[in-house]
Design a protein around this ligand. Structure first.
Ligand SMILES: [Zn+2]
Ligand SMILES: [Zn+2]
Length: 260
């Protein structure tokens, strides 16, 4: 059986840890993971201002070359031991599709190993990073209504599920229900998102789903993304799922799906 960790971050992530990319590969080898895919947050599109206070949601544009070069070096060095690939976690941000498409076209090889995710939604007239912190989520939910946040996320995810970037679209759809990250603390009375429609669109588009195990580590969620009933529905629709840890430090490689 091939074991894959298809969602791994690196020191190029400014909100992660400084550990070298090679440390992640060593950890993967130690844990018997056959394939490791680096998916660093791609630089945010030109003209989009990172809404988080530290402005550290994504890698810097000037680091892209070094990141891809290090991925290629590790791929060669660990050949036959760990299948190392290098892609990006790309944000779907409505209105910024042209710049995002240009980036994917410039990095076609990496695009083929990438994930498309939604972290930013427009709510109350400004952009908001929905997974930044429980406090900021609660504050924003008070301001615009938690229902509104969920709806904005659901709409963005429906669009992402339609593969808006055509032939350069990332093949994997990231943590589709990330909006649930803080739901043990704050949630709408009834979930307004049409998850069945998102799953159907993803299936029609031929996506693989990021079976993201980071949620288990989040105290206000404690499930996988997608959550169990969605996994069942996805499988019924013929969607494939790809395990991922969303590790931002080496010890989290394989976390949640590889026994310690
Ligand atoms: Zn991150
Ligand atoms: Zn990630």
């Amino acid at each position: 059986m091939t074991i894959i960790d298809g969602h791994v971050h690196t020191p190029y992530c400014p909100h992660g840890t400084g550990a070298a990319m090679e440390e992640y590969v060593k950890e993967a080898e130690r844990k018997g993971i056959n394939t490791l895919v680096f998916t660093e947050h791609a630089p945010l599109p030109e003209g989009f201002t990172d809404p988080v206070p530290e402005k550290d949601s994504a890698m810097r544009r000037e680091d892209v070359r070094a990141y891809l070069d290090e991925g290629a070096r590790l791929r060669e060095k660990y050949a036959g031991r760990v299948d190392v690939r290098c892609g990006f976690e790309v944000d779907y941000i409505e209105g910024f599709e042209n710049d995002t498409r240009r980036f994917l076209e410039e990095h076609r090889e990496a695009a083929a190993h990438s994930i498309l995710s939604v972290h930013f939604v427009k709510a109350g007239g400004s952009w908001f990073c929905l997974d930044y912190s429980a406090d900021s989520f609660e504050e924003k939910a008070r301001e615009v209504g938690v229902d509104q946040l969920y709806k904005a996320y659901g709409m963005a995810m429906e669009k992402a599920a339609e593969k808006p970037f055509g032939e350069v679209n990332p093949p994997v759809l990231g943590h589709i229900n990330l909006i649930h990250k803080f739901r043990r603390r704050i949630r709408p009375e009834t979930d307004p998102v049409n998850w069945a429609s998102i799953l159907e669109k993803a299936a029609q588009s031929g996506y693989v789903l990021d079976f993201n195990h980071a949620g288990i580590r989040k105290p206000e969620y404690r499930e996988t993304y997608p959550e169990p009933w969605m996994v069942e529905e996805a499988q019924r629709l013929g969607l494939k799922l790809q395990t991922g840890s969303d590790a931002h430090s080496p010890e989290d490689v394989g976390s949640g799906f590889i026994p310690e």
